[in-house]
Write a protein that binds this ligand. Structure first.
Ligand SMILES: Cc1cc2nc3c(=O)[nH]c(=O)nc-3n(C[C@H](O)[C@H](O)[C@H](O)COP(=O)(O)OP(=O)(O)OC[C@H]3O[C@@H](n4cnc5c(N)ncnc54)[C@H](O)[C@@H]3O)c2cc1C
Length: 373
């Protein structure tokens, strides 16, 4: 009897943005004799670039999702649905919450990041977080339901790019529904979009204020309860729908698995995107730190890591030289403002208008459709 020899096992843990390049090339890996397995808790990846557009209705709920299960299976790989709980590098296996184990010869992790509840939210406050990004659909559902009952009061906590986009798209939805509502955006720092140039900060502040948002900067929230939030100086903000868009952090899994991490719990990688604790473990995206530094937690960084991960997974099994990852120095970031315009930021430059939105829409739509064949 002819027994098919098993190929070396490549496991992709999490079908995040940094793994899409490899997932789309599963067939090539299989043809070269490797076994490929993707483990994810969901068969879909929700593409963050289009996620806030779901709130305003610019995109339909399914328009921004990529069927990662189909990607891996179409190439002849295997999909395992489950929540990864631990990485046992000594045994070279992932342990899932249901006790299942997935062994590997070489693996890569791309498990994204989370918005922590940070002890701010009391039970029953009905808050939503912007991560996982599929939650933007729930924000829209809740706004539609609230709008039928009363004038909704929305509180967005966090004035970074995600918080500003959520606020802008919420205002757009209220406008479409013809509902006044109240929207407050609270930011701990002195300005919205703290990492953007001053012009972009002024632009977004003006944009949100013109549309009726209350913008509170240098405002720390201490507690969010049912229908109300409290600031550190004792002020109350009434709110029916609190949305947390405060900083993201990696999952605890790397610390729990006793792998070398930075202070935030991100897996520490070397210049080849390889864990400094295990030469058979690579990684990318929001859950890693690169050569002792955190990179911006943005999909554009994860996507650029994709080809390096793809090459290095194979190279580490065949003994070929590994590729180095060189993060981009400048990157384009376009905020979807929900009204058919975008705010583009590139290094020191920023510009707002329809062209910015059109550019973002083209880039995002093309990316999703390329991975949806
Ligand atoms: C509202 C919002 C808008 C954004 N817009 C942009 C934008 O326009 N441009 C941009 O560049 N960045 C944007 N970002 C940032 C972007 O979302 C992240 O940088 C990007 O998603 C990181 O990708 P990733 O590959 O690290 O993880 P993700 O894309 O989040 O993927 C992680 C994957 O791992 C899976 N997973 C996680 N944990 C487990 C587990 N324990 N077991 C099994 N599977 C698991 C998840 O199901 C998911 O499929 C935005 C973020 C937010 C919150």
């Amino acid at each position: 009897m002819h027994v098919r020899r098993r190929g070396k096992r490549i496991v992709l843990a999490g079908g995040g943005h940094a793994h899409l390049y490899s997932l789309a090339r599963t067939g090539e890996l299989i043809r070269r004799g490797f076994d490929v397995t993707l483990v994810d808790r969901s068969p879909y990846l929700y593409y963050s670039g289009m996620a806030t557009g779901v709130i305003s209705g610019a995109y339909a709920p399914v328009e921004h999702r990529i069927h990662i299960r189909r990607l891996v299976e179409a190439g002849g790989g295997r999909f395992v649905e489950g929540q990864i709980a631990e990485i046992r590098t000594e045994d070279r296996e992932f342990v899932l919450e249901d006790g299942q184990t997935v062994p590997y010869d070489v693996a890569s992790v791309c498990l994204g990041s989370e918005v922590a509840w940070s002890g701010l939210v009391e039970n029953g406050a009905g808050a939503l977080r912007v991560k996982p990004v599929v939650n933007t659909l729930e924000i829209r559902r809740r706004l539609l339901a609230l709008g039928k009952e009363r004038l909704p009061r929305i509180l967005v906590v966090g004035g970074g790019a995600a918080g500003c986009e959520v606020a802008a798209n919420t205002l757009a939805l209220l406008g479409q529904l013809g509902i006044e509502g109240e929207l407050t955006i609270a930011q701990g720092g002195e300005s919205l979009l703290p990492d953007a140039p001053g012009r972009a900060q002024r632009e977004i502040l003006g944009f949100l204020r013109e549309r009726g948002a209350k913008v509170l900067t240098s405002t720390l929230l201490t507690r969010i309860g049912d229908g109300v939030a409290w600031t550190s100086d004792g002020h109350k903000i009434p709110c029916d729908l609190p949305v947390l868009a405060v900083g993201v952090s990696p999952p605890d899994i790397f610390r729990d698995s006793r792998l070398p991490t930075d202070d935030s719990g991100a897996l520490q990688l070397d210049r080849h995107l390889r864990s400094i604790g295990d030469e058979r473990l690579f990684g990318g995206g929001d859950c890693v730190s690169f050569r002792g530094k955190s990179l911006p937690r943005l999909g554009v960084f994860a996507v650029r890591q994709g080809p390096v991960i793809f090459h290095n997974l194979r190279a580490s099994l065949t003994g070929s030289p590994l590729h180095e990852y060189k993060p981009q120095k400048r990157y384009l970031y376009v905020l979807n403002l929900g009204d058919g315009t975008g705010l583009a930021v590139y290094g020191r430059f920023s510009w707002r208008g329809r062209l910015s939105w059109w550019l973002k829409h083209r880039i995002d739509e093309r990316f999703v459709s390329e991975h949806s064949r």
